[in-house]
Design a protein around this ligand. Structure first.
Ligand SMILES: [Zn+2]
Length: 250
């Protein structure tokens, strides 16, 4: 019933663009060998499912030690030709007691230069698949730094504060599948209800926020069914809401 409900709403809106941003492809210290293996396996398995059902996907990469220290992951993304974006610098909060890597009060010019450098390094490896997009960790950052990055040609992809508002930013994600207190996916029936409501809201674009590290085999089966449902109802919108231009100035 819930599946049919979602399929009916999707079928009524073939112009809706649905895309996936997968966050936190990152260096994991060699001492955590199991975590490294799990992260790689889960990213690969998730890319399989996303590709099978033609889900437009952007992988947000934490640049710290990624290209040299996380070579299997870095290679995997290159082999798959997955579009990538810079996701913070180290993905560590610098706001005491909070969650913000780039709170107001830092040297924004310096942070901007470091982020541009990280983008250029990704572009050296991934070429045009390194999109000029910056994904701030925790979906938040100093507005002044965001302005500096935009002036340099980077697009910011954070999260829409009110996912049901039809006039939201198409480049932001709208829905996070994770219950962060429990660090696992929300119940699948709840996700179906939430997505149905979002599709009904009349928006043009729906950004889904995934975190491959937390997606188990059982969750993948759920996503395969979800993406198949979306793919069957999809109209012409099969691209990401980002510019294709590969390199930025400076
Ligand atoms: Zn993140």
């Amino acid at each position: 019933m819930a599946w049919q409900c979602l399929a009916d709403e999707l079928a009524a809106r073939p112009w809706l663009r649905i895309w996936w941003r997968d966050d936190d492809a990152a260096f994991i210290h060699p001492l955590h060998a199991v975590l490294r293996l799990v992260a790689r396996h889960r990213l690969e398995a998730m890319l399989d499912v996303l590709e099978r059902y033609r889900m437009p996907t952007l992988v947000a990469v934490v640049p710290y030690k990624f290209l040299n220290g996380a070579r299997p992951l870095a290679r995997l993304l290159a082999q798959r030709g997955a579009p990538v974006a810079v996701h913070g610098l180290r993905h560590r909060s610098r706001l005491p007691g909070g969650a913000n890597e780039f709170p107001p009060g830092l040297d924004d010019e310096r942070q901007c230069a470091l982020i541009l450098q990280a983008h250029r390094e990704l572009a050296m490896v991934y070429g045009p698949k390194a999109l000029p997009v910056f994904v701030p960790p925790y979906n938040t950052m100093s507005p002044a730094l965001a302005c500096l990055l935009e002036a340099q040609g980077l697009v910011i992809s954070a999260r829409n504060p009110d996912p049901c508002a039809p006039e939201s930013n198409d480049r932001h994600v709208d829905y996070d599948f994770v219950d962060w207190r429990a660090r696992r996916l929300l119940p699948h029936d709840r996700i179906l209800r939430d997505l149905t409501r979002l599709v009904q809201s009349g928006r043009r674009s729906l950004g889904l926020n995934g975190h491959h590290k937390l997606i188990t085999r059982r969750d993948r089966a759920f996503f395969a069914r979800l993406f198949a449902c979306i793919d069957q109802c999809r109209g012409a919108q099969t691209d990401l809401p980002f510019p294709a231009a590969p390199f930025i100035a400076g």
